[in-house]
Design a protein around this ligand. Structure first.
Ligand SMILES: *Cc1c(COP(=O)(O)O)cnc(C)c1O
Length: 341
């Protein structure tokens, strides 16, 4: 029992010079709690036969080490040597200086987020992004949500709930994590109608599948795999035509959705959003933090009447963006006015 007497009380411990310094840095509450935990551990060690004086001498060091561990974040900068530039597990895009400055400003002062400075009336947070998105993509209208997964979800739910959505069997993608197109469709409340085969889907497959309960035709860019060999897919232009004839909404999920033609920079071509708009799909969805280079966000651009319907979906409120990302996105998008930069 002698061993226990070598240990200081919590109060005594908190009076020692080295622990007083820790209180300066970490605050009394945290240091006291850490000191108690360290004392408990010392008592347990003594019960197992450890020497009391040795345990007592180690206490300040143990407390300092515990506090240092707690102060260090695991969310820290690392080097990306994976070979994948836009790595989801490593936070995807690095933001431009302009975007970082805009986000910092938005964080540190009140701002006219939902307030129209010109009229003095109420504004909408999407107002800060709509015009520039339309300018850069040629679309009629745009709406912005938490990420591209949310963009697909809300669009499917708005138009496809209780009705059918047609997708080619070659495009039923899994992005990773829990984003599998069939699962998202079922959560959106729409019935998945698969058409074609894994390698080949033809216009007649879509046409034959359209019924009175069809709401939507979904085209999905196969971002993370390629089907090669004896293949056929129906392009967005033709799908848009099929949709128009049948009065069915055609949506094109681009995934990364670049705003510039990457082949100018010696990279593999990805479909640009402006091309997808020109091809005539009613709605186009793409990510903010993939090739676009902004913070996490999902964009839906396309027909004004359809975008208005999406904005009336109560899910929009649940999936909306905060001011920090809106500011960073606006600054990022503005850089595309001069693509050479
Ligand atoms: C990445 C991707 C998504 C999901 O986008 P997030 O921004 O990760 O939510 C959806 N569809 C396709 C085709 C994608 O490549």
């Amino acid at each position: 029992m002698n061993g226990f007497r070598a240990l200081p009380s919590v109060d005594q411990l908190l009076q020692t010079d080295s622990v007083l310094q820790l209180i300066d840095t970490h605050g009394r509450q945290l240091v006291t709690a850490t000191a108690r935990t360290a004392l408990d551990a010392a008592r347990a060690a003594i019960r197992e036969g450890a020497d009391g004086a040795v345990q007592a001498a180690r206490l300040p060091h143990l407390i300092a080490a515990d506090l240092a561990g707690m102060a260090q974040t695991n969310l820290r900068p690392i080097l990306n040597l994976t070979g994948t530039v836009l790595h989801t597990n490593l936070g995807r895009a690095i933001l431009a200086d302009e975007a970082i400055a805009a986000a910092t400003d938005a964080m540190s002062s009140p701002l006219a987020l939902e307030f129209d400075l010109a009229t003095g009336g109420r504004g909408q947070r999407d107002d800060h992004l709509r015009d520039i998105l339309c300018e850069l993509t040629g679309a009629e209208d745009a709406t912005i949500v938490n990420n591209n997964a949310a963009a697909v979800l809300i669009a499917l739910n708005t138009f496809g709930q209780g009705r059918d959505s047609i997708v080619s069997r070659g495009e039923l993608i899994e992005i990773g994590g829990a984003f599998r197109m069939p699962d998202i469709m079922s959560r959106a409340g729409t019935r998945l109608v698969e058409v074609g085969t894994t390698n080949r889907t033809h216009p007649r497959d879509y046409r034959d599948a359209i019924t009175d309960t069809t709401a939507l035709i979904l085209k999905v860019h196969t971002s993370n795999y390629r089907i090669e060999g004896f293949t056929a897919e129906v392009g967005a232009t033709e799908l848009a035509q099929i949709g128009r004839e049948a009065g069915v909404v055609v949506m094109n999920d681009l995934g990364a959705g670049s705003l510039v033609d990457l082949s100018h920079y010696g990279l593999r071509r990805e479909p640009t959003v402006a091309e997808a708009v020109a091809e005539g799909a009613d709605l186009i969805t793409f990510s903010g933090d993939k090739l676009l280079g902004g913070p996490q966000a999902g964009f839906i651009v396309g027909r004004r009447d359809l975008i208005a319907q999406i904005n009336r979906n109560p899910l929009k409120r649940a999936l909306r963006l905060d001011k920090i990302r809106i500011a960073a996105l606006q600054a990022t998008l503005r850089l595309y006015r001069d693509p050479d930069r």
